[in-house]
Each structure stands twice: as structure tokens, then as C-alpha cells.
Design a protein around this ligand. Structure first.
Ligand SMILES: Nc1ncnc2c1ncn2[C@@H]1O[C@H](COP(=O)(O)OP(=O)(O)O)[C@@H](O)[C@H]1O
Ligand SMILES: [Mg+2]
Length: 294
């Protein structure tokens, strides 16, 4: 009996030893895992940071150098008089550069708000036709300069979409400006809009431009990424237009599908769900944005 009781006590203490060894091993393993994932995160953060710095330095420096350089020439006007036409030209170069800088800064602030889930949208009845007409009208000047024809094909019976007209205008402006920017002289961009069979709205922006491979599409939808830096460079941009457009459409409950073929063209299909399938929103309360941009 005594032996049995003693044996039992001994096995109990052995069990306790095993349990404590095991829990120590588990804790060590967890600590190693945490260390490993912290290291990977730190590496990723530093990679993202250096890519960001490389991409942004051009976008921020170029217009700032223009502003500093030409304003200096204007400042020296009394000592070294400039012809009147140069003064006007320098002022307009400064104005363009400052406007470009502001739009890059606005895009950076937008993407960081979207990524932190702090983006709010208005919730109103939005007429997509009005938005597309405004976007096409705005884009026409750039398209004409680039020798690209923009062809609208908008159905007359489009249902409304619930959301934020300014943000949808921004999303379509980004998509259409890319379509024009990446299409060579003599090419076409078509903007189609129709009522989907499910009662939602479908928009299709199609271009006959440089196109992308599947891998390039996945790069293009990530913030600050540009498929071909050298090719995109002369066309300007910070690599934020498409990710912002994608996020804004998804925040409206919509989806965006990109199909593209190298040297043939790109098709961007946007689908907004029928209004009754969108979560009812209190019109006095802004919708809080939640979307995944990783
Ligand atoms: N319609 C298009 N045709 C070909 N490439 C495109 C098109 N739209 C986007 N891209 C690619 O996706 C990249 C990211 O687009 P975007 O985020 O708008 O950045 P940006 O216009 O500033 O370069 C572009 O640099 C380009 O490589
Ligand atoms: Mg763009």
C-alpha cells in the first residue's frame, strides 16, 4: 500500500516535472516564433519604407525643385529683368508643380487613412451617369493632347448607387486617367455603363494601351507600386491612383476586376451591387471605411 501510495506520489511528481518542462518548451517556442515574426515584420517594414522613399522622392522633389528654381528667377527679376512672357510661363510652371504636389500629398493622406480604417464616406443617392459625364469632360483635354479618343456609351436607365459622389468621381478619374495615360497616340478609350441583371450598376473602362500581364496587375493594385518604373516615370504618378480607386469602389460595396493583355489593352470592370443588397445606412451617419489593401 505504502509502496503503491509512494509510487503514485512519485509518478505525480514526474508528471508535474514533464508538465513544467513541456510548458517551458512551449513558451520558448512561442518566444522564438514571436521573435521570428517580429524580424520578418521589421524587414518588411524597412523594405516598404525604402521603396516608398525611392518612389516618392521623385514625385515630391521634382515639383519642389520647379517651385524653388523658378520662384528664385522671379525673385531676381529686379536685378536681372525677364521678358514678360517668361514671367507668365514661370508662374504657370510654379502653379502646375504646386498643384501636382498637392495632389500627391492628398493621395498619400487618402491611402494612409484608408489603410488605418479611418476613412469616412458620405451616404447619398449617387447618379453614376452624372459622375461619368463629369469625369469624361474633365479628361477630354488631356486625351485630345495625347491623341487618344474617349468614347462614352452610357445607358439611360442606370439605377442610382448609395455612396459618396466626390469619392466615386475620384475613383473614376483615376481609372480613366490611367487608361488615357497608358494608351498611345491614335488609340481609344471606351467608357461603358449599364444596368446589371442583378439590378446593380456596371461600368467598363476599356483601352487599347500598353496592357499588363497578370503579375503586373497584382503589382499595380498595391499602393506605391508601378509596373515599370521607367515607363511610368515619363508619364508621372506616385503609384497610388489605382489602389485608391480600388479601395473607394470596394468601400461602396462594389468590386473591380482588371483584365489586360500586354500590348493589346486593358479592361477595368466595376460592379456596384443593387441598392437593396447594400447594408442600410443611417443617412446622418457617415459610412466608416473598412477594406484590405495589402
Ligand atoms: N490602363 C492601364 N494600362 C496599363 N497599365 C496600367 C493601366 N492602369 C494602371 N496601369 C499600371 O498600374 C500602375 C499603377 O497605377 P496607378 O496606381 O494609377 O499609378 P500611376 O498612375 O501613378 O503610375 C501604373 O504605373 C501602370 O504601370
Ligand atoms: Mg494613375
Amino acid at each position: 500500500m505504502l509502496q503503491g501510495a509512494f509510487g503514485h506520489a512519485k509518478s505525480n511528481s514526474l508528471m508535474a516535472d514533464y508538465a513544467s518542462l513541456l510548458s517551458e518548451a512551449v513558451l520558448r517556442h512561442r518566444a522564438r516564433l514571436a521573435e521570428h515574426s517580429a524580424r520578418i515584420e521589421a524587414e518588411l517594414a524597412s523594405k516598404v519604407k525604402s521603396e516608398f522613399v525611392a518612389n516618392m522622392s521623385h514625385e515630391l522633389r521634382t515639383p519642389l525643385n520647379t517651385v524653388i528654381g523658378f520662384s528664385k528667377l522671379l525673385q531676381e527679376h529686379e536685378r536681372r529683368p525677364l521678358p514678360a512672357k517668361d514671367i507668365v510661363e514661370y508662374a504657370s510652371l510654379i502653379n502646375d508643380a504646386a498643384a501636382h504636389l498637392l495632389s500627391v500629398i492628398n493621395d498619400i493622406l487618402d491611402i494612409s487613412k484608408i489603410q488605418s480604417g479611418k476613412y469616412t464616406l458620405d451616404s447619398r443617392e449617387v447618379n453614376i451617369e452624372e459622375i461619368l459625364v463629369a469625369v469624361i469632360t474633365q479628361a477630354r483635354i488631356v486625351a485630345t493632347d495625347a491623341g487618344v479618343t474617349v468614347v462614352p456609351a452610357i445607358a439611360y436607365d442606370l439605377p442610382t448607387v448609395r455612396g459618396d459622389d466626390a469619392k466615386l468621381l475620384q475613383a473614376f478619374t483615376n481609372i480613366l486617367s490611367n487608361a488615357i495615360k497608358f494608351t498611345s497616340r491614335g488609340g481609344n478609350v471606351t467608357v461603358e455603363a449599364l444596368r446589371r441583371v442583378d439590378g446593380g450598376v456596371g461600368v467598363l473602362v476599356r483601352d487599347t494601351g500598353i496592357g499588363m500581364t497578370d503579375e503586373e496587375i497584382s503589382v499595380a493594385t498595391k499602393p506605391f507600386a508601378q509596373v515599370d518604373g521607367s515607363r511610368a516615370r515619363w508619364r508621372e504618378g506616385a503609384g497610388l491612383g489605382l489602389p485608391i480607386a480600388k479601395a473607394l469602389i470596394e468601400l461602396h460595396g462594389g468590386r473591380i476586376d482588371i483584365r489586360s493583355k500586354k500590348d493589346v489593352g486593358t479592361e477595368i470592370a466595376i460592379a456596384f451591387p443593387p441598392r437593396h443588397s447594400v447594408q442600410p445606412v443611417n443617412p446622418d451617419e457617415p459610412m466608416v471605411a473598412q477594406c484590405d489593401l495589402t
